[in-house]
Design a protein around this ligand. Structure first.
Ligand SMILES: Nc1ncnc2c1ncn2[C@@H]1O[C@H](COP(=O)(O)OP(=O)(O)OP(=O)(O)O)[C@@H](O)[C@H]1O
Ligand SMILES: O=P(O)(O)OC[C@H]1O[C@H](OP(=O)(O)OP(=O)(O)O)[C@H](O)[C@@H]1O
Ligand SMILES: O=C(O)c1cccnc1
Length: 465
């Protein structure tokens, strides 16, 4: 997608003009983090980093952006600055696909304040959305276990958001997408079946199946619920499967898209097996989500492939993840944002986050946030409760924020969606199941080093009215 530097909120450019006139060389550190896991879940999957890095490397205002901004009354000197704008800062980030938690930096931008401010909106827009969808996909994957997952959501997505949704779905564990453009650009496997309209366009359902099977014998999945699943669709599919066998072809599957999917899948499996078609797979779709899939599993449904659309690509029922971008350092001095709600008070300083790994190479359930220059941490304190702390000496400490961009150029190799997905699945295996369950998951602990906590409390006192 062609994103230019005008993909931002007007106030970013307005503030940038004031910085340009008053402190053009100000150096800022901003933290990206969110406050709650979506879906009342116990974890999130960080996604969107590759897109952000690729966009930042070549970000500029186009000539039509410049024409537009001229009309907004910005001064000539500043417009000249914008004409030559590029992002020349540093970025420190968690690995894309990692399991992440609220209230700790997932990404930090260290840059000239004008540049850091202008990129805020696009960074939040991409990371918040992809993290929301990758997390949804990961939950669906958790329910589906070894079932194959097909993203069918583009038609129900929020316009072009569907493009990024398909990428994020793959990172969260989906095996393929129906979205041709996303598949082409991101090298995601693309697959598909057929629509009811295709069958409706024929006088006879069986003729629709026959034509399809003859012209598309590889990966042929027949949709069997247009008229009557058990009385018409399935018997016709069985006939066509037998005809395919005579030609040396094999029917890949049948798709159920309505009715009681558990009941119908059991009947379908039994009838297919009776006809010696045990290799034919059963695909289901129709408003699936992690809960319906979990229930279908519990009912003993025979399902090989799940097609998921609306609930996946819209992140239903959560419209957004509450990711924010807060200033934590300016010209090497720590900065804080206070709030009536202590949980919303931001963390000052450029920081590092260490994940605690136990003796079985599993996540212990604690990430410790430190001032970047501390370089290690042995005790993690509760952010707000002075009576609670955790001795960290028995754990392996894994630093989570790595420098990924230096002076506006990425310094990590780019990773394919498949590589990110595999990494994500392996990281999820290190997360104990208590954090993955849907109801009342364990709360993963986020703590502060003593130094960070003390410095933060001093800043709170200093800035309090
Ligand atoms: N056995 C089942 N257990 C739990 N949920 C199911 C089961 N079978 C289907 N569902 C889900 O129940 C919902 C059924 O929705 P709805 O009643 O609108 O579909 P339908 O009437 O079967 O199909 P349509 O309206 O598309 O013809 C869907 O979300 C579907 O995934
Ligand atoms: O239910 P979702 O999770 O959003 O999955 C995608 C849905 O989109 C299609 O229906 P649609 O009625 O658009 O077309 P069709 O005629 O191919 O069924 C498909 O058959 C699924 O039911
Ligand atoms: O390939 C399919 O079956 C498909 C794709 C998009 C939406 N519904 C179904």
């Amino acid at each position: 997608m062609n994103i230019t530097a005008a993909y931002t909120d007007l106030y970013q450019i307005t503030m940038a003009q004031v910085y340009f006139g008053t402190k053009p060389n100000g150096r800022a550190v901003f933290d990206y983090y969110f406050r709650h896991n979506p879906y009342k879940g116990g974890y999130s999957i960080f996604a969107g980093l590759e897109d952000v890095l690729n966009i930042l490397e070549t970000l500029e205002f186009s000539s039509s952006d410049m024409n537009y901004l001229k009309q907004k009354g910005f001064e000539n000197d500043f417009l000249n600055y914008l004409k030559n704008f590029s992002f020349k800062g540093n970025i420190y980030a968690s690995n894309e696909g990692d399991v992440v938690f609220p209230n700790r930096p997932i990404l930090q931008v260290e840059a000239n304040i004008i540049e850091a401010q202008i990129i805020e909106t696009l960074l939040l827009n991409i990371l918040n959305f992809q993290t929301l969808i990758a997390t949804k996909a990961s939950r669906i994957k958790y329910s589906a276990k070894n079932g194959i997952l097909l993203d069918m959501g583009l038609r129900r997505a929020h316009a072009t958001g569907g493009y990024y949704a398909s990428r994020a779905a793959a990172i969260g564990g989906f095996d393929s997408t129906s979205n041709v453009k996303a598949a082409e650009d991101y090298d995601i496997p693309s697959t598909g079946t057929m629509a009811h309209s295709f069958i409706q366009s024929y006088e006879e359902e069986i003729q629709a199946f026959r034509d399809f099977a003859k012209m598309r014998p590889k990966n042929c999945v027949l949709l069997i619920d247009t008229y009557n699943t058990l009385k018409s669709g399935l018997p016709n599919a069985i006939k066509v499967a037998k005809e395919m066998e005579e030609r040396g072809d094999k029917l890949l599957g049948v798709r159920l898209d309505s009715g009681d999917l558990a009941y119908l899948s059991k009947k379908t499996r039994a009838l297919l097996d009776e006809a010696d078609l045990s290799y034919v797979k059963i695909v289901v779709s129709n408003q699936l989500d992690e809960y319906v899939i979990k229930s279908l599993k519990e009912q003993g449904a025979y399902i090989d492939i799940y097609g998921v659309g609306t609930n996946l690509v819209t992140g239903k029922p959560d419209a957004s993840i509450d990711g924010v971008y807060k200033l934590s350092e300016f010209n090497n001095t720590p900065r804080i944002k206070l709030s009536e709600n202590i949980i919303k008070t931001s963390l000052p300083f450029k920081k590092q986050v260490y994940r605690m790994i136990d003796e079985n190479n599993m996540f212990y359930g604690a990430d410790a946030v430190t001032i970047y220059s501390e370089e290690s941490v042995s005790l993690m304190e509760h952010p707000f409760d002075n009576t609670k702390s955790l001795d960290l000496n028995r754990f392996k400490h894994e630093p989570l924020l790595q420098q990924v961009m230096k002076d506006g150029k990425r310094i990590i190799a780019s990773r394919t969606v498949t590589e990110i997905k595999e990494y994500s699945l392996s990281r999820l295996q290190q997360l104990p199941d208590e954090y993955k369950r849907f109801q009342n998951p364990h709360i993963y602990k986020i703590g502060l080093s003593t130094k960070l906590k003390n410095e933060r409390d001093l800043l709170i006192k200093k800035n309090k009215f």
